[in-house]
Write a protein that binds this ligand. Sequence first.
Ligand SMILES: *[C@@H]1O[C@H](CO)[C@@H](O)[C@H](O)[C@H]1NC(C)=O
Ligand SMILES: *[C@@H]1O[C@H](CO)[C@@H](O)[C@H](O)[C@H]1NC(C)=O
Ligand SMILES: *[C@@H]1O[C@H](CO)[C@@H](O)[C@H](O)[C@H]1NC(C)=O
Length: 392
Amino acid sequence: MQHRSLLFLGICGLAWAQDLSVPSSWREPTNSRSYSDRVSIAQNAIDVMTGQLNSANAQFNGLGWWQSGNVWSVMANQDNITGTTTNQAAVVNGLNTGWSLFANYDQYHTTTMLCGGRRPHTTLTERMGIPICCSMPSIQIRCPGCLENSQVTAAQASSGSTSVKSFSLESTCNGATMAGGVFWRPTSDDQGINSITTGLGSYLAEATGDGQYSSAATAAASWINSHNLNSGDIVLDTVNANDCSTSPSSWLFTYNTGKFIEGLSVLADVTGDSTWTTLLVNVLAAATHTSAWQGDDGVITEGVSTTTDNDSVGFKAVLIRGLHEAFSRSASNTDLRSLVESYIDVQYNALLELAANGSTYSSSWTGPPQAFTSWGQLAALDVLTSAIDVNN
Ligand SMILES: *[C@@H]1O[C@H](CO)[C@@H](O)[C@H](O)[C@H]1NC(C)=O
Ligand SMILES: *[C@@H]1O[C@H](CO)[C@@H](O)[C@H](O)[C@H]1NC(C)=O
Ligand SMILES: *[C@@H]1O[C@H](CO)[C@@H](O)[C@H](O)[C@H]1NC(C)=O
């Protein structure tokens, strides 16, 4: 889809304004709660979650592995946003346990990136002064070579092969190079390249200041832009590196777009290249206005599962975290910040008014409240913590 980038340059040149308006149909897009109330609401929800901690393996009862990683990252963000160390000791202990049990913090040794996928799935939190969680940056710091092996280079794309895979690679799909894509799994016969594994490298560039990582992150962002963004600027899931076949166009998950927004906001900072800022604004506008995962009222309806956990329950938290990251890195774009604030407040008010039972939350943000579930709790945490910051 070479035409995309050409079109994109054209859009830049015309300074085409994206729609950053707040739809009038959204339910309660403003906040009425004080700063101290917001801090307490978020910390109380975290405290309920940490009540489920199994300290022997740093996981939480009722959650999958990557969902547990997301608890650590929101706890770190809570401290960062409030300027406290309330959660620091718990996070450090939990991560040390994870690293001591599993090489590269990967329980399964099956995912390429150990960080961006459906398992450990958290962002770098150098904010606490420690290289935490299973982000690509910290993985790379502890696992030099992981990204290099898993990301298709320009030479591998043109030669059609890589030493880590047993099949031949398509050099291009739909006219665009496959260089930059990151394999979903390291298994030699697994052919999938997906958005979630490809969407993460820019924290590493920022954390290390190393140009090889900003080049890798730039190639990855170009790959998603060329191959896995639909015509409405929503991120798709997977492309097969061997035959260019794709996941169904109906596979539109919050977390793929959320991680891309997060990665682009960091990449724009790292490179200073306004191409990424413009793309970020377009994708963020699409993510907040799409009907793929929310009703006309703006409340996210993806990942509702009231009786059992599954991976998709936690996806929406990843979108909210990415939107918050874009908010915090977009000081000069008041329209974007106001849109993100409104979108997060819609989710916040829905959680508190429709889905809350005390300090516990249903995975159905439109309600009704129910008895505590770990996965409903996890899904709510990033909204509650982000709402502290976006309303400041
Ligand atoms: C929060 O994180 C940002 C980004 O890493 C950092 O610049 C800031 O100093 C942190 N704030 C606190 C209070 O730690
Ligand atoms: C998770 O459960 C929900 C509700 O039952 C369902 O719609 C969804 O397809 C499930 N997702 C996965 C990844 O199994
Ligand atoms: C609220 O949670 C408690 C404890 O989990 C549960 O017993 C009660 O039924 C819940 N209330 C509603 C309205 O679901």
